[in-house]
Design a protein around this ligand. Structure first.
Ligand SMILES: CC(C)(COP(=O)(O)OP(=O)(O)OC[C@H]1O[C@@H](n2cnc3c(N)ncnc32)[C@H](O)[C@@H]1OP(=O)(O)O)[C@@H](O)C(=O)NCCC(=O)NCCS
Length: 216
């Protein structure tokens, strides 16, 4: 069953694929980025591009190349915005026509496993750690995995606007797994975004994956 349509509005085309991922289907403008990559990396990269073209077709568009920038971010064709994510067991893409309804998109797919406690200090703000301390060790690990994914998701959404690399301290995430929602509160002024701005996203936890999605 498809996971992604439930995380985005109908205006956004999604496409997803399960392994085995094939390395075929790249267009010439895309292939150079993967010339020296490991076969597994070639396959996940190619699967993302093939899925993105499937999403273009769903939007009624001709298939176009999506080169990778020097910063690894996808260079979407003019008028399109999208996000790609892959885990070993799922690759997914969300794509939309850029406009007043959709200005930024983020998608992150993580394997379903608790975040190791030794990563908490890197990923979590003091406030986030304090909220998790009310949970048992396993639930805290799961919640930390969701927080991690939501930060990656928001980072990807904002990047085409700010072109700024930053760390996990920039978003404070509050997740409601039962409701399938999260909020991300900006902790600093970056580009056009002001500290205190709150973004609302969606999430989904299955036996195999933690998936977070944001549309702005
Ligand atoms: C971009 C990044 C978030 C990717 O996350 P990941 O969990 O490693 O991998 P995913 O499979 O979910 O996503 C990879 C895809 O994201 C996309 N991507 C890469 N860099 C990107 C960027 N700067 N902005 C938006 N999308 C980006 C690419 O499409 C990539 O797949 P591809 O190379 O096959 O095209 C991560 O690699 C990164 O650059 N992190 C540094 C910044 C950060 O994490 N800060 C803390 C979060 S607030």
């Amino acid at each position: 069953m498809s996971l992604l349509p439930g995380l985005f509005s109908p205006a956004i085309a999604t496409a997803e694929a399960l392994p085995p991922f094939g390395a075929e289907g790249l267009l010439p403008l895309e292939a150079s980025a993967m010339a020296r990559a490991h076969p597994r990396r070639q396959a996940e990269f190619a699967t993302g591009r093939v899925l993105a073209r499937r999403a273009m077709q769903a939007l009624g568009l001709a298939p176009l190349p999506i080169p990778a920038g020097a910063d690894r971010a996808p260079q979407w064709p003019a008028g399109l915005i999208g996000s790609i994510s892959h885990s070993p067991r799922l690759c997914g893409v969300a794509l939309a026509r850029a406009g007043q309804k959709v200005r930024m998109l983020g998608l992150d797919i993580e394997e379903a496993e608790p975040l190791p406690a030794e990563l908490f200090d890197t990923v979590l703000l003091a406030d986030e750690r304090a909220r998790l301390s009310a949970l048992g060790a396993e639930d805290a690990g799961w919640m930390a995995r969701i927080v991690f994914s939501a930060k990656e998701c928001c980072y990807k959404a904002q990047y085409p606007v700010t072109r700024t690399l930053f760390g996990f301290e920039i978003f404070d995430i509050r997740a409601e797994p039962a409701a399938g929602t999260f909020t991300a509160t900006w902790q600093a002024d970056i580009g056009p975004f002001r500290a205190g701005t709150v973004w609302a996203g969606r999430l989904c936890v299955t036996a195999e994956h933690v998936v977070t999605a944001i549309t702005l």
